[in-house]
Design a protein around this ligand. Structure first.
Ligand SMILES: Nc1nc2c(ncn2[C@@H]2O[C@H](COP(=O)(O)OP(=O)(O)O)[C@@H](O)[C@H]2O)c(=O)[nH]1
Ligand SMILES: [Mg+2]
Length: 428
């Protein structure tokens, strides 16, 4: 491409970006204002004005920098569609999906049928229930297949058994499907696209669920993201999870308390290595709390003490205080049982006994009397509270902080581009 053609393409992009900036400004003018909203708008306003200023300089200097144009475009994407992503990460089967279901108050993802979540699943509150399915494109698929480890035996077997080879041409590169749903169909539809019972699940890159019944405290801009397992036999899928650790605004790293910390060490290092800029965004959730031997007595306290000591140093949380605050336990499975107490009374009785609660005889009333205590033990309400009071309430401020960083980078890029052009002109 000749320099002038390149420059004119970029000029077109500037025109388009100018329109987008105007749209964002208009949109902001019409929305209602809380204090948070006001702070947010002030910042966005500042960014947009500066970007316009730099863009006009660039236009004047006739700098056809495609990369800069793309970066600007990404930044405008964020401003147009600000999202606060809370990612749930961990090795497969650590209970990520069970925890998400507990926090959202309903089983949206079928934890019993899916042995693992290979696709990224996003949950958000929306006016209408919907599901959106995004497929791998040709290039992504090639990369995924090439990254498959040699011992991906399970993957290979399943791929063959489900006849995925024949289904591949239909789904790779398929355009995204978005369907409105009746709320009761969500679980079934998610299963249809993500369950390892069906060949399609191999080709699904991402599923987004819009759910109208999510609690009020869940703003539509806040997303829960269920990620594929770290250390998947298909490296590409692990990388998606890793990328999410960097990208997410908050990370809940799930560790099964039954696994030794040595087994999880690499995963936890990966999480912190990818969160260097902001360690406080990481939470470690010890799942399967109920499986600890006598968890109530003091075993969890001991275990937590051990975790806190291990993760206080500079490679991890960096302080004992933060480690103490951000290491939580959960028994999401038990919480979900409690939500349908009567149906699960027998299983809950077993739980109560293993936990050492006094249950004499087989009187259902006695177990019912233990409901509040059992719920308290699951710690789910506590985790919800952390999400609500530490993240959701100030998500706009947190987003402003983060966007400010991205913005500063962009401005540095502009400045550099302008400086280079000046030098070039001077040397002519
Ligand atoms: N006992 C117990 N089982 C759990 C807990 N959390 C998850 N599970 C079970 O662990 C299995 C894997 O959970 P899942 O959420 O699918 O894991 P994921 O692969 O990380 O999404 C399922 O059979 C769950 O029922 C828990 O806190 N306690
Ligand atoms: Mg899962």
């Amino acid at each position: 491409m000749s320099e002038t053609a390149g420059a004119s393409l970029v000029q077109d992009a500037y025109e388009e970006q100018k329109n987008r900036i105007d749209n964002i400004v208009n949109e902001m003018a019409s929305a209602e204002d809380t204090e948070e909203e006001r702070v947010w708008k002030e910042h966005v306003d500042k960014y947009l004005k500066e970007i316009e200023r730099y863009q006009s300089m660039i236009k004047l200097l006739d700098i056809g920098d495609e990369e800069l144009s793309q970066r600007t475009s990404v930044f405008l994407d964020i401003l147009e569609n600000p999202e606060f992503e809370i990612a749930f990460v961990g090795t497969i089967k650590t209970g990520k999906s069970t925890l998400i279901n507990a926090l959202l108050g309903h089983n949206f993802t079928p934890t019993d049928v899916t042995p693992e979540t290979a696709a990224l699943t996003k949950f958000r509150r929306s006016e209408k229930d919907y599901i959106k399915i995004i497929f791998y494109n040709e290039e992504e698929w090639k990369e995924l297949r090439a990254s498959k480890s040699q011992n991906a035996v399970e993957y290979n077997d399943l791929y063959k058994r489900l006849g995925a080879e024949e289904a591949a041409p239909k789904w790779i590169g398929h355009e995204a499907i978005k369907k409105e749903l009746d709320g009761t169909e969500i679980e079934e539809k998610v299963a249809q696209w993500t369950s390892s019972k069906y060949a399609e699940h191999f080709f699904v890159k991402e599923v987004e669920l819009g759910i109208s019944t999510l609690p009020e405290w869940f703003p539509p801009q806040v997303l829960f993201v269920d990620t594929p397992g770290l250390f998947d036999a298909v490296q590409y899928r692990s990388e998606i999870a890793e990328k999410y650790i960097r990208k997410a605004d908050a990370v809940f790293f799930c560790v099964d308390v039954q696994r030794t910390i040595r087994e999880e060490h690499d995963e936890i290092q990966t999480v912190f290595a990818n969160s260097n800029d902001n360690k406080s965004k990481v939470h470690i959730v010890a799942t399967h709390w109920d499986k600890l031997n006598k968890p109530i007595v003091d075993n969890w306290k001991k275990q937590k003490r051990f975790f806190v000591e291990l993760f206080s140093n500079a490679n991890f949380f960096g302080s004992e205080e933060l480690a103490e605050k951000n290491i939580l336990h959960s028994s999401a499975y038990m919480y979900n049982l409690c939500n349908h107490f009567d149906e699960n009374i027998d299983e809950l009785e077993i739980f109560a006994r293993t936990l050492g609660l006094s249950v004499r005889g087989d009187d259902d009333e006695k177990i019912r009397g233990l409901k509040d205590q059992l719920l308290e033990f699951t710690n789910i309400e506590k985790i919800k509270k952390v999400i609500e009071t530490e993240l959701v309430v100030k998500y706009k401020q947190l987003m402003v902080d983060r966007i400010e960083k991205i913005y500063q980078e962009l401005v540095n890029n502009y400045r550099q581009g302008i400086r280079e052009k000046r030098l070039e002109n001077e040397s002519k």
